[in-house]
Design a protein around this ligand. Structure first.
Ligand SMILES: [Zn+2]
Length: 90
């Protein structure tokens, strides 16, 4: 079994290097959470775009507001069964 990795992406991580992570952004006014797969964002926008650049481009589809919170969530639960999350400063 492969050893569990403790590496976590951050704002400066190119999205192509964290393809198995999702970006979850919440719109405060709408109380609505939208999840984006980094693999899909990398295919559409380019793998070299950083997490920070993606977050700065995010807008709510309903009200066009910038997200109030954003976090990265691993698509694969670790051995503990917990999904890894990385809160992002906005
Ligand atoms: Zn909204």
């Amino acid at each position: 079994m492969a050893p569990e990795t403790f590496w976590r992406p951050g704002l400066a991580t190119p999205i192509g290097a964290a393809r198995e992570w999702c970006l979850q952004a919440k719109c405060g006014p709408c109380d609505r959470v939208t999840a984006y797969r980094l693999a899909e964002l990398a295919d559409v926008h380019g793998a070299r775009l950083t997490v920070s650049e993606i977050v700065s481009r995010l807008r709510c589809k309903l009200c066009q507001a910038e997200p109030t919170t954003a976090e990265l969530v691993s698509e694969n639960a670790g051995r503990s069964g917990h999904f890894k999350t990385v809160p992002l400063p906005i």
